[in-house]
Design a protein around this ligand. Structure first.
Ligand code: GLC
Length: 766
């Protein structure tokens, strides 16, 4: 690639290396975040994922040494050779990530005869012609290397041996392990091997390709046919540090409103005001805590966004306000497709101001989505984003508290939008080919800004389509899964990999969206769902799957787990606080907490919820016991209180009402009392579940709603426990006036109440 290295020029933290064919710019953002950029299409470097200048002052040394150029910070060295081969080392000189030197080649080639034969029956043997992408970076792979990340891809935790593409796609067929694309494009992955760890973010929004050592065991590669060669290398030590760096670059999930952590009920089928009121009253009747009801497309007038159907709702504002009195918040769906209708104000405004995407001939481009013939706002223009943001006033005035952005891949029922449809990117004319993967991202940004402007509180946005960086604006769900056991199984690695990819406020449709659920599947799904940051039951027009639709046992099991979620709300909120400052996910694969543990690398059916709780849910039909793996350390069975020493594998009985859960020694887990909705009961006593051992825990408290915390209006409590049972509590920040009155410490079957209204330091021997 690019021929012989001729020359180089250093300009501060940027080094431009001239090869025979191209100039390659290597930029040091921080000592561990590096960028490699080559303009392949003549355009300048621009990103939709990264906002603002992320370059931090870093000392950079550049030296020409014999056949190569060496660029170093205190933590990373890059050695650059002819043909633009770049190898990355750590500060101690250990090779971490190496460009592959051979030619790309299929490891096993089937004979043409075999391929032709199979084609007759319609088989696709997955063999591509021998070809190269215009932009292609090939990295060598070690025997024990595992790959993680890549957003919402199907399949398993470790992505090694699979290939994927980035092209946001709405495919309602059951998502299988061999799917290459889904709704999101998060072109970021991390590698772990005996060489250590590294991360790569390929910031190219065109259709891109990732082969994780599938074609050949000796290498992995990523590439695209359009756009620029623009990738970031993350050389920090360990996944936690790499995630911190990746989310420093692309942004972090901001602290949400507290109620958004509550249980959410949805269905494509709550058509009328009465349907919604009935769901709300049933939630309370069955005493299943619930904070949110989602309104799918039926609340609108003929699926016209920013309208409300007055035949189905006599007075929507009144309905929303009545429900609010009982603690329910309403979230409404908004799709990007605007109905083509000369009498509809959104369409009229868009046409008048030229807000919609065009054909190359200059006509407004049309396709079909739910409202019928529809047009697409051109969110790559700032003025279009601002217009869209402003439209949210209509919903905020109505009392709506959150927005659910759907169909924003963008979806289209009459074939995909042709690549040449004219959009804008950073206000410059471009094509659908470039904007497609960031379309949902730009829509979420507009929605976030609109909600922030009119609602003033921390915006709650949910999206289906994403690009890297969408975590700054929106939460996400994994789209149209099905009520299949394979989809429940997949939920765990899928949510874990989304979290490893910076997108950590995520969830699946609990119970499954398409196909009919069963009592057993629903019970098992909620046991996973309560640990998903976004906890929403949603379904299509299939068998009803609200928790009361089966029998008393189902409702009881469902309640038991939703109640556990509500008890854990302060713990979950602490995890959000941690995410905001580190980017670390709430739902974590074991590999994140136990990087040295080989058994954790491929574990698909267990996960950590923060660093204190391990869940090993049952995800197989008919199973009433399962193999549990606990890593090194002492663990306590949440249900029985039994102490177990890891590392260990054992069989745990798990009848339908049991999701095996383990708490780590030395954990301090804050709990609230169960309530019908967040804020129903004043939580003036913080319950602390303290597990014997040594540990320190920071607990965060604020008004759970406003941005006042940005100005110091919050409390922080530091709790410690020693092996001898000495518990101490300390206020490390006290800017929020509503501090707890008491702590209730629960320790080995004992409860101790500590009055904390006065002073800022307390200790007790438990
Ligand atoms: C899409 C969404 C789904 C929604 C439906 C109707 O399929 O993924 O969640 O219910 O559209 O709006």
């Amino acid at each position: 690639m690019f021929g012989k290295m001729l020359d180089f020029k250093q300009d501060g933290q940027r080094v431009t290396v001239t090869f025979v064919e191209k100039e390659v710019m290597i930029s040091v953002y921080t000592s561990t975040i590096w960028n490699v950029f080559v303009s392949m299409d003549g355009s300048i470097q621009e990103s939709n994922a990264i906002e603002g200048n992320k370059m931090l002052d870093t000392a950079v040394k550049v030296e020409q040494i014999e056949d190569h150029l060496e660029i170093s910070t205190d933590q990373v060295t890059a050695k650059i050779y002819d043909d633009c081969k770049i190898d990355f080392y750590d500060g101690a000189g250990n090779l971490k990530c190496e460009d592959y030197r051979g030619e790309r080649k299929y490891q096993s080639i089937l004979s043409q005869e075999m391929i032709d034969l199979a084609k007759q029956e319609g088989h696709d043997l997955g063999m591509r012609e021998d070809f190269h992408y215009k932009i292609e970076v090939v990295k060598s792979v070690c025997a024990d290397e595992c790959f993680y990340g890549l957003g919402d891809k199907t399949g398993f935790l470790n992505k090694r041996g699979y290939d994927y593409e980035m092209w946001n796609t709405d495919n309602p067929m059951p998502h299988e392990d061999n799917f290459k694309v889904l709704y999101k494009s998060i072109p970021f992955f991390m590698s772990q091997s005996s060489r250590g760890t590294y991360g790569i973010f390929f910031d190219n929004s065109y259709h891109s390709y990732f082969d994780m050592a599938k074609e050949n065991d000796a290498y992995c590669f990523f590439g695209a046919d359009e756009g620029n060669l623009d990738y970031y290398y993350f050389g920090a030590d360990g996944f936690k540090e790499i995630i911190k760096d990746y989310t420093y670059l692309t942004g972090r999930t901001p602290l949400p409103q507290l109620w958004t952590l509550g249980y959410q009920q949805s269905r494509w089928g709550y058509v009328t005001e009465n349907d919604v009121r009935e769901v709300a009253s049933k939630m309370r009747e069955f005493r299943i805590p619930c904070d949110v009801i989602h309104l799918d497309i039926d609340y609108m007038q003929g699926y016209r966004v920013f309208t409300w159907n007055k035949d189905r709702y006599k007075d929507p504002k009144q309905t929303i306000s009545d429900l609010a009195k009982d603690g329910f918040k309403i979230v409404t769906i908004i799709d990007p497709g605007v109905k083509k209708d000369e009498d509809y104000y959104i369409y009229q405004e868009g046409v008048e101001h030229d807000y919609f995407a065009k054909t190359p001939k200059g006509e407004i481009y049309e396709n079909v989505v739910w409202p019928g013939t529809s047009v697409y706002p051109d969110f790559g223009q700032r003025r279009v984003q601002e217009w869209w943001s402003d439209k949210h006033k209509f919903l905020v005035d109505m009392g709506v508290r959150g927005i659910w952005n759907d169909m924003n891949e963008p979806a289209s029922f009459e074939g995909e939008l042709p690549p040449e449809v004219v959009f804008h990117d950073h206000d410059k004319e471009t094509t659908h080919a470039k904007i497609h993967n960031v379309y949902g991202h730009l829509m979420c940004q507009a929605t976030y800004e609109g909600m922030r402007k009119y609602d003033k509180r921390r915006p709650f946005v949910i999206t289906r389509a994403c690009y890297s960086g969408t975590q700054k604006y929106s939460t996400a769900w994994t789209g149209d899964n099905h009520s299949l056991w394979s989809h429940l199984r997949m939920a765990i690695p899928q949510l874990c990999n989304l979290g490893l990819s910076g997108m950590n406020y995520v969830g699946t449709d609990i119970g499954g969206f398409g196909s009919d659920t069963t009592k057993e599947l629903l019970c098992r799904w909620i046991q996973v769902g309560i640990f998903s940051p976004l906890c929403r039951n949603h379904a299509a027009a299939v068998r009803k799957q609200e928790p009361w639709q089966f029998d008393t046992e189902t409702a009881d099991i469902y309640r038991k787990y939703v109640e556990l979620r509500y008890q854990l709300i302060p713990y979950l909120y602490d995890l959000f606080k941690e995410t905001q400052s580190t980017g670390l996910p709430m739902i974590r694969p074991l590999i994140l907490e136990y990087p040295e543990d080989a058994a954790a690398r491929q574990l698909n059916d267990e996960f950590m919820f923060g660093s204190s709780i391990l869940a090993a849910p049952v995800v197989e039909q008919g199973q009433t016991a399962r193999m549990v793996y606990l890593p090194e350390g002492t663990w306590v069975d949440y249900h029985t209180g039994e102490t177990i020493l890891g590392p260990i594998r054992f069989i745990k009985d798990a009848p339908l009402d049991i999701c095996p859960i383990y708490l780590k020694a030395g954990s301090i887990i804050p709990n609230y009392t169960v309530q019908n909705y967040i804020g129903e009961k004043e939580q003036s006593t913080l319950i602390l579940q303290v597990i014997k051992g040594n540990g320190t825990y920071y607990h965060y408290q604020d008004d759970g709603e406003s941005f006042a915390y940005e100005n110091g209006v919050y409390n922080e409590y530091k709790f410690t426990i020693t092996d001898q049972g000495l518990f101490t509590a300390e206020m490390t920040a006290s800017g929020y006036k509503n501090r707890y009155k008491k702590l209730k410490v629960v320790y080995e079957n004992r409860e101790v109440l500590i009055d904390i209204l006065e002073g800022d330091h307390w200790s007790v021997l438990l």
